[in-house]
Design a protein around this ligand. Structure first.
Ligand SMILES: C=C1C[C@]23C[C@@]1(O)CC[C@H]2[C@@]12CCC[C@@](C)(C(=O)O1)[C@H]2[C@@H]3C(=O)O
Ligand SMILES: O=C(O)CCC(=O)C(=O)O
Ligand SMILES: [Fe+2]
Length: 339
C-alpha cells in the first residue's frame, strides 16, 4: 500500500528554494527574501474561539466553529504540557545546528521528509523566512542518526510520543466534529481509522527578523489533509484571511492547539466546513517555533463529498490524485475539482 511519503515522490519539487540561509547573521532582509507587498497592515484581533474540551457544550461549540471558520483552538485537551515543551526543546536543538549539518538531511526534490523550505515555496517568487523539518512514516530515526550519531534517541522518542498523542487527540476531535456533521459511518471510519490513516509532523522555525514587515514566515495556503493540529509555542505569528475583513491574528494561547479543517475534510463536508487560508508572520526579537501535525486518510482511498449530500459539489477521486493535483496547482486545486 502506498504511504503518504511515497505519494509525494511522484511529484518532485523542481525549484525548491532550498538554499539554506544563515538567518542569524543577517542585519537586513536580503533581496531573495524581501516581499514587496505590504504585509502587516491593520491585523484584526483574534476571531477564532478557544474551546475547553471539558466544557459540556464542547461538541456544539466545535461544530459551530468548524462551520463558521474551519478553525478553533482547544485547551484541556489532555496532551501533557511537559511533552509539548520537550518537542519544542528538541526542535530548537535541531534548528540550532549549523547549516551544513542540517543539509545532511535535506529533503530530496522527490521526497517528503527531512530539512528544507516549505513544499509550497516554488509557487512564490520570494523565499520565506522559514526552515522546516518534516517527519513521516518512521523517517525520524534515519535523519536523527545522521544529525546526532550518538545522541538521536531523545529526539526520536520525543517526536514518537508526540505523534501518538496527536493521533489520539485528532481522532477524538474528528469524532466530535462528526457528531455535528451528517456523514455515514463508513466515511467516519475512513477519516478516523487508526490503521490506515497517515500523518506527518512538521517542525517550523521562524528565526527573528531584522525587518518583519518585509519578510513572510509562511506564505498564504490551506492545509491539504483532513485536520491539522498546531502548537504555536506561545509566540504570535499565525494569521487567517477573512473575506471582507482581511488578515486576523490567531492568538498564541498558552497550552492550546489550533485545529483547522484541511482540504480533504472540506471536500467530505461538500464545502459545508470552510477551509481557511492562513500564513505565518515573523518577529523582530523572538525565534518562533511551531509544530504542526497533519492527519490524513489512506492515500489509495477514494475521496468524495459525503453520500449524504444530494448534490455533490466536488468530483470523486483518489486521495493521492488530489495530493498530486495540489502539488502541481497549489491554491487552484480545489476549484479544479469543483463540479
Ligand atoms: C503532509 C504534509 C502536509 C504539508 C505537506 C506534507 O507533506 C508535509 C508538510 C506540510 C506542509 C507544512 C507547511 C505548509 C504546507 C502547505 C507545506 O508546504 O508543507 C503543508 C503541506 C500541506 O498541507 O499541503
Ligand atoms: O507556524 C504557523 O503558525 C503556521 C504553520 C502552518 O500553517 C503549517 O505548518 O501548515
Ligand atoms: Fe498550514
Amino acid at each position: 500500500m502506498t504511504s503518504l511519503s511515497e505519494a509525494y515522490r511522484n511529484d518532485p519539487i523542481t525549484d525548491n528554494h532550498i538554499t539554506p540561509l544563515d538567518f542569524d547573521s543577517l542585519d537586513k532582509v536580503p533581496e531573495s527574501h524581501l516581499w514587496t507587498q505590504p504585509l502587516n497592515n491593520d491585523v484584526l484581533d483574534s476571531l477564532i474561539p478557544v474551546i475547553d474540551l471539558k466544557d459540556p457544550n464542547a461538541v456544539n461549540l466545535i461544530g459551530q466553529a468548524c462551520e463558521t471558520w474551519g478553525m478553533f483552538q482547544v485547551i484541556n485537551h489532555g496532551v501533557p504540557s511537559e511533552l509539548v515543551k520537550k518537542v519544542e526543546f528538541e526542535s530548537r536543538r535541531l534548528f540550532a545546528l549549523p547549516s551544513d549539518e542540517k543539509c545532511k538531511v535535506l529533503r530530496p526534490s522527490n521526497g517528503a521528509t527531512g530539512y528544507g523550505s516549505a513544499r509550497i515555496s516554488p509557487f512564490f517568487d520570494k523565499c520565506m523566512w522559514h526552515e522546516g523539518f518534516t517527519i513521516m512514516g518512521g523517517s525520524c530515526v534515519d535523519d536523527a542518526k545522521v544529525l546526532w550519531p550518538h545522541d538521536y534517541q531523545t529526539f526520536c522518542d520525543t517526536m514518537d510520543a508526540y505523534e501518538k498523542q496527536m493521533k489520539l487527540l485528532t481522532r477524538n476531535l474528528l469524532l466530535m466534529i462528526f457528531e455535528t456533521l451528517d456523514v455515514t459511518q463508513e466515511e467516519i471510519n475512513w477519516a478516523t481509522s487508526a490503521h490506515d490513516s497517515q500523518g506527518a509532523l512538521q517542525l517550523n522555525s521562524y528565526p527573528s527578523c531584522p525587518n518583519p514587515s518585509q519578510a513572510l514566515g509562511l506564505a498564504p495556503h490551506t492545509d491539504s489533509l483532513i485536520l491539522t493540529l498546531l502548537h504555536q509555542g506561545g509566540v504570535n505569528g499565525l494569521e487567517i484571511f477573512v473575506e471582507g475583513l482581511g488578515w486576523s491574528q490567531v492568538e498564541a494561547v498558552e497550552g492550546a492547539f489550533v485545529v483547522n479543517v484541511g482540504d480533504l475534510l472540506h471536500i467530505l463536508s461538500n464545502a459545508k466546513l470552510p477551509v481557511i487560508c492562513h500564513r505565518a508572520m515573523v518577529n523582530r526579537s523572538k525565534h518562533r517555533i511551531s509544530v504542526a501535525y497533519f492527519h490524513g486518510p489512506a492515500v489509495e482511498s477514494r475521496l468524495a463529498p459525503s453520500s449524504k449530500f444530494q448534490s455533490p459539489c466536488f468530483k470523486s477521486m483518489l486521495v493521492k490524485d488530489y495530493l498530486s493535483l495540489k502539488s502541481k496547482h497549489f491554491s487552484k486545486a480545489l476549484s479544479l475539482i469543483r463540479i
